[in-house]
Design a protein around this ligand. Sequence first.
Ligand SMILES: *[C@@H]1O[C@H](CO)[C@@H](O)[C@H](O)[C@H]1NC(C)=O
Ligand SMILES: *[C@@H]1O[C@H](CO)[C@@H](O)[C@H](O)[C@H]1NC(C)=O
Ligand SMILES: *[C@@H]1O[C@H](CO)[C@@H](O)[C@H](O)[C@H]1NC(C)=O
Ligand SMILES: *[C@@H]1O[C@H](CO)[C@@H](O)[C@H](O)[C@H]1NC(C)=O
Ligand SMILES: *[C@@H]1O[C@H](CO)[C@@H](O)[C@H](O)[C@H]1NC(C)=O
Ligand SMILES: [Cu+2]
Length: 680
Amino acid sequence: MAGPRPGLAALLCTLVLPVGGEICGDAVCNYQFVIRRARTMTHTRTVGGRVQNNQVSITNDGHLELFTTLGLDTNRDDVNGTRVWADDVITADGVQRNIILVNDQFPGPAIEVVEGAQVAVTVVNQLLTDALTIHWHGLHMRNTPWMDGVPSVTQCPIMPHESFTYRFRAFPAGTFYYHSHMSSQMADGLFGALIIHNSQPTVPSIPLLLNDWYHEEAETLDIASKYNLYHKGAGQFEYDEFPRGYSVDGVEIIGRLFVSALINGRGRYKSNKAPLSKFTVREGQKIRMRLIHGGGDHNFKVSIDQHALRVLASDGHDIEPLTVDAIIVSPGERFDFEVDASASPDLYWIRAETLREGTCVTCSNENITITPDDVVEDARAVLVYQGSSSDEDPTSQARQCTTKNPCIFLNCPFGGYPDDHYIVCISIANTSTPASPQDEADEDEDVEEYFLNFGFHVGSNINGRRFLPPTSPLHQPPSTNFITPCPPEQCQQLGCQDHSACSSKSSKTRRFGNAHHNVHIHGYTFDVVASGYPGFNRTTGVFEHSNPDVVCSNELCSTVTWRQGAPSFKVKNAPRKDTVLLPAHGYTVVRFRSDNPGFWFLHCHQSMHLAEGMARVLNVAGDRHPAPPSGFPKCGNFSWSEEEYEAAMSGAWPAKQKVCSLYQIHTFYFLLHCNHICQK
Ligand SMILES: *[C@@H]1O[C@H](CO)[C@@H](O)[C@H](O)[C@H]1NC(C)=O
Ligand SMILES: *[C@@H]1O[C@H](CO)[C@@H](O)[C@H](O)[C@H]1NC(C)=O
Ligand SMILES: *[C@@H]1O[C@H](CO)[C@@H](O)[C@H](O)[C@H]1NC(C)=O
Ligand SMILES: *[C@@H]1O[C@H](CO)[C@@H](O)[C@H](O)[C@H]1NC(C)=O
Ligand SMILES: *[C@@H]1O[C@H](CO)[C@@H](O)[C@H](O)[C@H]1NC(C)=O
Ligand SMILES: [Cu+2]
């Protein structure tokens, strides 16, 4: 029966749907992401029908003005001094550099959908030379493991000018984000919020996307790394310059030198006057902020002057509400918190500071001395009470922590601060999921325990092995992807530098004992059931000895065991996360039921460490992976044999069937002509 095809018109319309961050309440939510490179501090306008790009500078009083230094184009207006709006410019930290945008926005547009919806995102790669993939960080991708967006693990990278439609179920509910998983590309700006609602929100919610920001593109930074898998650079931008920053425990905060950081795409380099993100509240109003660390390397301590943060969820999963002064967040982690606008109506700083306390001049293992300096590495945004003039910067101060009134920090990567800081650290393992009737802890007949040691001795590695991406996705036949499966027991042995996928049977509950870093698992949410911190000096805060619960079996620490049996695990109402901070010289124990078949990436979420190979693939229930969709793109090596080459050269090569007559041999004349307008 012939008839109209109602689906078609709708489909065409959705292709041009702008993505605005409104909640899509439909059963199917369609989006299109066009990925392009652009330049920060550049303004585009149309003058007399012609598109004109101009550079932008920041005036002393914090306004943006156009300027042009190009002398060639005499048709061009003298734009110097023309004022433009901050909303029309991607300013980042006020310094020009290349940036990757989604639909010309930075951060990328927020996707907001209702739990269970079918989400379809057509990604169009308009980068000139770079392939990409997009990972939907924290989503389980059950039944659609090839939509997880890990290049050469779950899919072929999307090549320039290609498109790829991701289609997946919005599950679970909570605060998530999407980001490129291609090398360190997300650090160039390719990320955005992904919010999944389980009900209509009652309190307004605001994504707070935080990222560290550099003036070199991520690839340049990666190539400079001394331990990159493919390039052994000199380590400039990373290791060579002093003073390097150390946190209070005497641990280097991160190898990569801090440059600046952004909140919702805005920040300031050193003390320039670049525009900042502002959030307006009414006095007495409550707002829910959805903090997302979309950056690559640095950890940040996030706080709002004179406002307590009521933490409601971590990585999208509710926790028993907890009121704190600051939250420490590492790349890939998310925290939802409520702010009560009950201070006196004014402007207040939202601060995200690195954990840098000072420099470390003597850093021998026995005698670590942190010398505090005045270097503050931070990003700022502004909380504006409606009615307060927001032209000037806030003058607010952070709360003083005192003996009587100590500050509470959530998620410190160390056991605590020196006593005279008056700061109490609450570990994630000490938070709880709200009790629910069906949360009967299914103890523990069917448990496999793995230890994964995150170390550095051969470049960033897990159990002495570095992950080399395979040539093609792992669901392609093994002859094309060059996978080396290894039985679980070998996962604990010191291996060579290969990529290894650890097979495991289905539906086992498993635990990992970890040391160091911040670890993200794909395809799952895990329960955080224990963590152990190293011993530290209460006076200085400095690290004294590794946590005694675990012991390395050899010098390289490629295998780890419990010293005296496992400590007690808090299984009941354990907090649920997909990205967890590992204390240096300590451990974290996580637990999940391997009931989601697929190849799932597990890795440190610091871009430098990932680029060095600190990653694994979990092959869960290898006999039950769903087959990829028909026509799913394939990729892999290609090589042509000498014999076939000779055949082609001799004319014996078979012709392609059905040659179209248009391509018969003719002689062509091309008239080459150039119609540039002459210049004087
Ligand atoms: C505009 O300003 C730039 C930067 O200050 C300067 O180099 C340029 O000469 C100015 N152009 C004109 C036409 O004055
Ligand atoms: C540790 O180093 C500091 C700074 O160099 C020095 O003053 C101190 O004497 C050293 N302490 C010990 C126990 O070696
Ligand atoms: C955190 O939990 C551990 C073990 O369950 C307990 O010993 C410790 O006192 C708790 N700390 C806080 C700050 O609640
Ligand atoms: C593809 O080529 C690379 C580089 O020569 C090689 O390391 C890899 O093993 C090849 N993969 C397969 C599946 O042959
Ligand atoms: C902690 O450090 C201080 C200052 O360096 C030192 O005097 C003290 O002995 C240390 N405490 C312990 C228990 O080692
Ligand atoms: Cu790491």
